[in-house]
Design a binder for this molecule. Structure first.
Ligand SMILES: [Zn+2]
Length: 413
């Protein structure tokens, strides 16, 4: 009964969900755009106000990164936002609360020409962050609001956490996850589904490495021989890195960016090289970390005038399926089926905060966000009908969880 009321209410919210998503995506919150993140955090505080608990605005500390001149710089991010909701019978709950989480930063900074949403037709909308991950925020908010209204006499307890830095590897919110992950029983994350609509089963691990290659500057005409060309040295190192591809089945190494040199008549004394790696399992992870160190030390030759340092590592470990996740996967399948939807699963090469949370010990499902495609490009689009469909699955899942946990309570439908 209660669950049917929740689903009926969600059905009536279909247009509001699309309108709210458009407003949210038209506000810029690129990961490096501090003012934009603050602005969107304010907007989100308002957006979540119907959930009748106070919002905690959690400041996150600055994080360091190596810039293209090989210097450490401090980066500021926005706040994390948190709400802790308790059902009226939450004192009867046997488990810890659930965690409902997603990020509110996007990959599009304020200089990017992609800033506004466009409705493509009645069903699809193109816009920055429509699936990654602002559509997930809208689904989370409506599902949570439905639960607060219609499942409030259950023992359900959940916390909502929204973070500002996932697209840059969660350098600041990782500290928050370390502090709070053990407060929760299980996590639901609202990343988008894969392009064919599948939810993600396993995820590869990923990480970034930065090589700083220092040579010796010299005039290109007067004393060329005295110079030690950091770009040329980097080029040899890159060839070795690239040759690691294909050595292990599930490991890839992408040479993503290189910066070095300035005036063309100067032997360059610096090159900064950024590399993204993907690993299938923990053995791959150990292997790649070792290979990176090996290559750095092979090219570090101070006696020849070259210094090479490597920074970084796997920030998101691989995410296999554990038994608790397995149980939730079956629940999603059956709850979706009750709604006439079919869930398919697929492995993903991409990582999410779900990788980090699982590595810390908090099992989770991480693709309860919308359907669509083109994320991280100006082609990003969302299937607007998936907002209500996913919110309906989530509210059924919450009800299912409570029924399973609260043995003496038959399901509320
Ligand atoms: Zn993303």
């Amino acid at each position: 009964m209660a669950i049917q009321q929740a689903l009926d209410w969600l059905q009536q919210q279909t247009d509001s969900m699309a309108d709210d998503l458009e407003s949210l995506c038209n506000r810029n919150s690129g990961s490096d755009h501090r003012e934009g993140l603050e602005d969107v955090a304010n907007w989100l505080e308002d957006f979540f106000r119907p959930i009748p608990v106070p919002c905690q605005r959690i400041p996150l500390s600055n994080y360091r990164s190596l810039d293209d001149h090989g210097k450490w710089v401090e980066n500021a991010t926005g706040p994390a936002l948190r709400w802790d909701w308790l059902g009226e019978n939450s004192h009867l709950a046997k488990q810890k609360p659930l965690l409902l989480t997603i990020h509110y930063d996007t990959v599009y900074g304020p200089q990017n020409p992609f800033q506004k949403c466009v409705r493509l037709d009645g069903q699809r909308m193109n816009g920055p962050g429509v699936i990654d991950a602002k559509g997930g925020i809208v689904i989370l908010r409506y599902a949570a609001l439905a639960a607060c209204q219609f499942l409030k006499d259950s023992p359900l307890r959940f916390s909502i956490v929204l973070t500002p830095d996932e697209e840059v590897g969660s350098p600041a919110s990782t500290h928050l996850w370390r502090q709070i992950h053990s407060e929760f029983d299980f996590g639901l994350l609202f990343e988008p589904t894969m392009s064919d609509g599948s939810m993600v089963s396993t995820r590869k691990g990923t990480g970034n490495f930065i090589f700083k290659i220092v040579g010796r500057a010299a005039h290109a005409g007067r004393n060329f021989q005295a110079g030690r060309n950091a770009i040329v040295h980097a080029a040899s190192l890159i060839r070795d890195l690239h040759q690691l591809n294909g050595q292990r089945e599930n490991v890839t190494i992408n040479i993503g960016r290189i910066r070095g040199g300035d005036a063309v008549n100067v032997v360059p004394d610096l090159a900064v090289l950024r590399v993204n790696v993907r690993v299938g399992d923990f053995e791959d992870q150990a292997w790649i970390e070792q290979q990176m160190q090996h290559i750095a030390s092979r090219y570090d030759a101070p006696e020849a005038g070259y210094q090479v340092h490597v920074e970084g590592g796997i920030h998101s470990p691989p995410k296999p399926i554990d038994s608790q996740t397995e149980k939730w996967m079956r629940w999603v399948e059956s709850e979706a089926q009750q709604l006439g939807q079919t869930i398919r699963w697929n492995a993903s090469g991409g990582a999410s905060d779900g990788n980090k949370l699982q590595a810390l010990g908090l099992s989770n499902l991480d693709t309860l966000g919308p359907d669509g495609d083109g994320l991280h490009s100006d082609k990003e689009w969302v299937d607007l009908t998936s907002l209500r469909k996913k919110a309906s699955i989530v509210v059924r899942l919450l009800d299912r969880y409570v029924a399973d946990e609260f043995v003496n309570n038959s399901r509320t439908e």
